[in-house]
Design a protein around this ligand. Structure first.
Ligand code: FAD
Ligand code: MLT
Ligand code: ZN
Length: 513
């Protein structure tokens, strides 16, 4: 059986779910919390109705689970995991299912535990800004709640309307505010987690400072559901800035992007809250697909989005205006547009944040999310385009392949694009094809991972490992570290029921197609 182009065998040690199991779940879950097919005692006529839970956001990975459980409380999660552990039933925790590495969907028939019904705010402290909530709360909803109290969430990403805070924590999500507020390893103060044997670990502290030994919660930040299920999150929310400015700049080279970054960081200092970049091809696709007009008159090889956030508008406006003027005078940038009102602010952001969705609509997208020293970060984009061209799969003339459909007899690459969080040294290399095909993967991998390793980078800056990168972990982590990761996994989950086949290198995989 193949997933995209990975062949994996189902682990026969996992029990296949039966009517007895569903009957057991019925003893403590409400009927509407169990979505199961009729052949195993559920009410869903066709497994197709579970496609939304079985298929990932990219349409690249698809499992065939017949059961989705939607617990409403930590106690229910505990009962589910205890039972699954005793019975050796494999489980995949699922948040908003916006993950980009195939981690949140089953590979075979794992039971999906969807956290979407656990979405209550538990506590908010107006003085400290510390928020405690269920893990199934949607990020955007939390941000709206925080806004109502004059605060904002310390992270923001394009998937905010669907992703859960529990999913964010479990992937150690980065996003567009990372440059300002840093990693979730810093802003998450506590977690409530259910371990595979059903034990509830109440580590939901609200103390910014706590120096009492091993910080267990850190293990669950970025664990991608392999150690347990996160049910509650305590997180620091910073005061909401009341002055926000956004500008889009056009520059002529990647070198100029770096020069601009150096200057902007120095000039804007404490008010800089985002520094994003994307290349000209991304801009063309995002404008086309969303019927938007560029704020700049001419096309540029690269675009930069700068955001400032502060508490004193005049001060921020003056700083930004001076900085932009100086960037133009010194010919670091070729053009720039400053948003004049909130509508323009959100339009400019939608150009950057709309890239993943626009690419997805254009065609199946291979995504590589890498951390590399900024100086060479973009090099991989033209290098990959050359490789694909040499392999006869791509042409730099955009007209050649760009309208190819999935039914075309030949597999072709329509675009090789780069964008990302330049301030964090994080590039998103995207390759859009007319379909997912091993011929394309073989040109991309392991080359891209080898390239990253040769620059001492990370093969996953913020999306995680999931199913996609599990076999490639060694490009970023030494054998000693991987061995310790395996030991940690075995200590928490000796039966291996939590999100199997993912995250850690698999032993039963081989290439197919
Ligand atoms: P899911 O996709 O449901 O799950 C992701 C992983 O976490 C899976 O392994 C799953 O098993 C596990 N998991 C989920 N919930 C729990 C839980 N409660 N307990 C234990 N394990 C759990 N990511 C970034 O880092 N930065 C970005 O800027 C960014 N932008 C994006 C933009 C778009 C348009 C899209 C589609 C995705 C983007 N992502 C980004 C990727 C994705 O949104 C993040 O990884 C997000 O954190 C996933 O959250 P989720 O709730 O959708 O998790
Ligand atoms: C982004 O920065 O837009 C996200 O990480 C999603 C993506 O890489 O496509
Ligand atoms: Zn990103």
């Amino acid at each position: 059986r193949s997933y995209a182009d990975i062949a994996i065998e189902r682990n026969p040690q996992f029990k296949k779910i039966t009517k007895q199991d569903i009957d057991h779940f019925k003893t403590f879950l409400e009927p509407q919390s169990i979505l199961a097919t009729t052949d195993i005692g559920g009410t869903i006529d066709e497994a197709k109705e579970l496609d939304g839970y079985n298929t990932d956001w990219l349409g690249k990975y698809k499992g065939r689970s017949q059961v989705v459980l939607r617990p409403k409380s930590t106690q229910q999660v505990s009962k589910i995991l205890k039972y699954c552990n005793d019975q050796k039933i494999a489980v995949v925790p699922q948040g908003g299912n916006t993950g980009l590495v195939g981690g949140g969907v089953p590979v075979f028939d794992e039971v999906i535990v969807s956290l979407g019904s656990m979405n209550n705010i538990r506590d908010f402290n107006e003085t400290s800004g510390i928020l405690v909530c269920d893990s199934g709360c949607i990020l955007e909803e939390l941000d709206k709640f925080a806004a109502g109290h004059g605060f904002s969430m310390p992270l923001d990403l394009g998937a905010k309307g669907s992703c859960h805070i529990g999913g964010n924590v479990s992937t150690n999500a980065g996003g567009i505010r990372f440059i300002r507020y840093g990693s979730l390893h810093g802003s998450v103060l506590g977690l409530e987690v259910v371990l595979p044997d059903g034990t509830i670990v109440d580590n939901l502290g609200t103390l910014p400072k706590d120096s009492t030994g091993y910080d267990l919660k850190q293990l669950f930040i970025g664990a991608e559901g392999t150690l347990g299920i996160v049910t509650g999150v305590s997180i620091v929310t910073p005061p909401r800035p009341n002055s926000v400015n956004v500008a889009v700049l056009g520059v002529s080279s990647y070198d100029a992007v770096q020069k601009a970054f150096r200057k902007v960081r120095r000039d804007l200092a404490e008010v800089l809250s985002a520094f994003e970049f994307w290349d000209t091809r991304c801009m063309q696709i995002v404008l086309d697909h969303n019927n938007l007009r560029s704020p700049l008159e001419e096309e540029h090889p690269f675009y930069i989005l700068i955001e400032t956030s502060g508490s004193k508008k005049d001060h921020d406006d003056e700083k930004l205006a001076e900085c932009l003027e100086s960037l133009l005078e010194n010919e670091i940038i070729d053009d720039g547009a400053l948003a004049q009102d909130e509508t323009q602010v959100s339009k400019m952001w939608s150009m950057r944040e709309g890239i993943p969705e626009s690419l997805g609509k254009w065609g199946p997208t291979y995504k590589y999310d890498i951390s590399i020293p900024i100086g060479v970060l973009y090099d991989i984009v033209p290098e990959m385009a050359n490789r694909l061209e040499q392999a006869g799969l791509y042409s730099k003339d955009p007209k050649t392949y760009e309208s190819a459909s999935k039914d075309d007899p030949n597999v072709v690459v329509k675009g090789v694009l780069g964008y990302g969080h330049i301030g964090d040294g994080n590039l998103h290399l995207n390759v859009v094809a007319n379909r997912f095909d091993k011929k394309v993967t073989d040109v991309l991998e392991p080359y891209v991972y080898e390239w990253v390793a040769s620059h001492k980078g990370s093969i996953s800056a913020e999306h995680g490992l999931g199913l996609m990168k599990a076999p490639h972990l060694h490009y970023s982590k030494s054998k000693v570290i991987v061995d310790w990761m395996v030991r940690i996994k075995n200590a928490f989950d000796p039966n291996g029921i939590m999100n199997p086949y993912k995250f850690l290198p698999r032993t039963t995989t081989s290439s197919s197609n």
